[in-house]
Ligand binder design. Structure first.
Ligand code: MN
Length: 731
């Protein structure tokens, strides 16, 4: 294993011909070298060799000085006791952010579970959207780790290879960094399918002698032909990567001989015009194979790759691919997003970088809308898979879709309304079924209807391949059933509010609901209700917060009891009902009094206290006096079980006290007493006092038969204009 030292890095920097901030890079090296002092890699070489190697990869990719510093420092925070703040102080905010980003990405623990993997990819994408250099450093880090992975145990090699194949290589592909992508794939394949890897290597090996000669012959033939018109032309030849061949043989089921682009000759020129001109000459010089011409100049791949591809054969009958592109396109093809730093440094503002990042943002957006983990996995899998198909609208616009996408996906890719109104589709002029997958080059026509009754089918959810289409269909159903959802949400909310004694006059209630909705990130109360209706918001989860907020805003005194328990519907236990309507455990007949501190009502959970000489006194179970006394060892055994005898209780009347918070509207007090008399409730006492300017507390004591009646009263009082809240008294 090669032990890289700082001299190697300086050498690469010198050869790059780019001006780097050498002093800062040296300072970063010094710090890293000191920090990693004494640490070794598994292979035995000093640890510093790894960050130096990563920095070298980044120089070769053309990355900037900050990236090189961050690369040298990338394991310092994680593996040594130097804090991030120290790095920020010495190297600035940007370098610290890069180091932090790479450290965080390293901390994400990977498991073989699918959703875990998807979640990790998502995190990486988000990190990338913030500063894509973090991912490029991480890719370089992974590349060096993969290059040196042979020293690791078997299981670890396989795990890392799988992860690299599933996560890092597709990212490199999407960022257009071809060289890194191909190397990551080839190394991974060696550990994932060693038998096939060796077989392909052997096939390439067998022909190695001929191969170079063959490529040379083709190149000079082209050069001779072009010599009169193009004096200094760049022609290069390459052999397809092992994994590229593997895909065609093992995934597409082709034989080695059927792979037309094992050999490729690349011609690089200055202008687009020259590309097409040379294409004509090539087709004149060799025999083109039909249907093998691809124009990625007028239709770039999603990762911005541009080139003309054509496959031709000469007298040897060995097919080879000719790629023709400009230098600009070539840099993009080799370095992808990194070309932004390598060749465009200094150019600011919107350029291709923005376009490249657009798909990342789109992917993240789609995931936010996705409802469950499975969706996320599916969207990652389908959206990140390197294969794409390109199809055309009847007008000739190009739509790119993932492989396997159907005509429905196509319709939604054009426009939401086109998808929602779709009734049929034609491929190349022929009617097809809606689940027909589309293939590159097809012209697709969507047939729509204007009928108001038309709806996208729910079955489409099972057919579509893109997250975009799936979410759009879902949204249609979400929106169309909105009224229903709002109604459902309102009734659920009402029920919960009643249970929690959250009552307010209508105008105050609307105000309160809006504040609750806003807190849950909804713009309107109806949006909030609709979300409750379709299950997007779980009331059981947010009720405690809502209640807390209600108390904070509208109650000046603490609430009477946390919650009114449900009426106890259990039949009374054996034992005689007493005249008081209460059954006390173990006591057939005894004197029962109701405690004045809490005025329990039938329906309340109760408990009895054996007094000295005055029978049993009944309290609410959550009465403050009970809570205080029941833990007192002197009293503990005097507390006894008690419950309501439901039948007889109805006939009885019990004292109850409520507190009504009002504003200072004239006549509100009169309205309250009118409400009591219209409900035929006798008030035993009524007291009003000013709390603070503008607010009054009215305390009313009266007789009721049970908790249902009390709730009925509270509910009615709440509707009186000027009443802010009504609550059962704590005392
Ligand atoms: Mn590392």
């Amino acid at each position: 294993m090669k032990y890289y030292q700082i001299e190697d890095l300086l050498d690469v920097i010198k050869k790059s011909g780019k001006s780097y901030e050498q002093e800062k890079i040296m300072a970063a090296y010094q710090l890293a070298n000191d920090a990693h002092q004494g640490q070794c890699r598994v292979s035995g070489e000093p640890y510093i060799s790894h960050p130096v190697a990563v920095a070298m990869i980044l120089v070769n990719l053309g990355m900037d000085s900050e990236c090189i510093q961050a690369a040298l420092l990338h394991d310092v925070v994680e593996d040594t006791d130097i804090p991030l703040e120290a790095i920020e102080k010495k190297f600035g905010k940007d370098v610290a952010l890069l180091v932090n980003g790479v450290t965080k990405l390293g901390k994400i623990s990977y498991t073989s579970r699918e959703e875990q993997q998807a979640e990790n990819v998502r995190k990486m994408l988000i990190a990338m959207a913030q500063d894509v250099r973090v991912i490029i450093i991480k890719l370089a880090d992974r590349l060096h780790n993969m290059r040196t992975i042979s020293v690791m145990p078997e299981q670890k090699r396989r795990d890392k290879a799988l992860e690299t194949m599933e996560v890092y290589a597709p990212l490199a592909h999407r960022l257009g960094i071809r060289a890194v992508k191909e190397e990551l794939e080839d190394i991974s394949l060696r550990y994932l399918d060693p038998v096939a890897y060796q077989e392909i290597e052997r096939m390439l090996e067998l022909k190695r002698g001929d191969r170079q000669a063959f490529l040379e012959k083709i190149k000079s033939k082209i050069r001779d032909r072009l010599a009169s018109e193009y004096k200094e032309i760049y022609i290069d030849g390459r052999v397809k990567s092992v994994y590229g061949i593997y895909r065609k043989m093992y995934i597409q089921g082709k034989s080695f001989e059927e792979i037309f682009d094992i050999y490729a000759v690349r011609i690089i020129v200055d202008s687009v015009f020259e590309c097409y001109n040379i294409l004509g000459i090539i087709h004149d010089l060799f025999r083109p194979i039909p249907n093998r011409f691809k124009d990625y100049i007028s239709t770039p791949k999603p990762n911005m790759y541009q080139s003309l591809h054509t496959t031709v054969i000469d007298k040897e009958a060995i097919p080879f691919e000719v790629q023709i592109r400009t230098w600009d396109m070539h840099h993009t093809a080799e370095y992808g997003i990194a070309a932004h730093w390598k060749y465009k440094a200094g150019i600011s503002g919107k350029d291709k970088l923005e376009e490249r990042l657009a798909w990342i943002r789109q992917l993240i957006e789609n995931q936010k809308e996705a409802d469950d983990v499975e969706d996320i996995v599916r969207s990652i899998k389908s959206d990140i898979a390197p294969e794409e198909v390109y199809v055309f609208t009847p007008k000739g616009d190009v739509i790119s879709l993932p492989t396997g996408a159907t005509v429905i996906d196509f319709a939604y890719a054009i426009h939401t309304a086109v998808g929602n109104r779709m009734v049929g589709a034609k491929i190349d002029g022929r009617m097809v079924a809606l689940d027909t997958p589309v293939h590159t080059g097809q012209i697709i026509e969507v047939i729509t209807t204007n009928s108001k009754d038309h709806a996208p089918s729910r079955d489409w959810l099972k057919i579509v391949k893109t997250t975009q289409a799936r979410n759009k269909i879902r949204n249609w159903y979400k929106k169309e059933r909105r009224e229903e959802n709002i109604e459902q949400g309102r009734s659920e909310l009402d029920k919960e509010f009643r249970r929690n004694m959250i009552t307010l006059p209508e105008n105050k209630m609307n105000e309160f609901l809006l504040s609750v909705a806003k807190r849950q990130h909804f713009d309107t109360v109806n949006d909030f209700l609709a979300a409750i209706g379709y299950g997007g918001v779980l009331l059981s989860k947010i009720m405690p917060r809502i209640k807390e907020e209600f108390v904070k805003q509208y109650r000046t005194a603490p609430p009477a009891a946390d919650e009114l328990p449900e009426i106890n519907a259990r039949p009374p236990k054996k034992g005689k009902g007493t005249s008081s309507g209460v059954i006390v455990e173990g006591l057939d007949s005894c004197l029962v009094k109701f405690a004045r501190c809490c005025n329990p009502l039938p329906g309340d959970e109760i408990i009895g206290f054996v007094t000295r000489g005055f029978g049993v006194s009944i309290h609410k179970k959550d009465c403050q006096n009970v809570v205080n006394s029941i833990n007192d060892p002197n009293n503990a055994e005097r507390w006894i079980h008690a419950e309501w005898a439901m039948e007889s209780a109805k006939k009885e009347h019990f004292k109850s006290t409520i507190e009504i918070l009002t504003d200072d509207r004239i006549g509100v007090l009169a309205d309250i007493s009118i409400a009591f008399s219209s409900m035929r409730i006798n008030i035993s006492s009524l007291m009003a006092r000013e709390l603070k300017p503008g607010n009054n507390m009215v305390t009313v004591t009266f007789m009721v038969s049970d908790i249902d009646q009390l709730n009925f009263i509270i509910n009615n009082l709440s509707k009186i204009p000027g009443v802010v809240s009504v609550a059962r008294s704590a005392q």
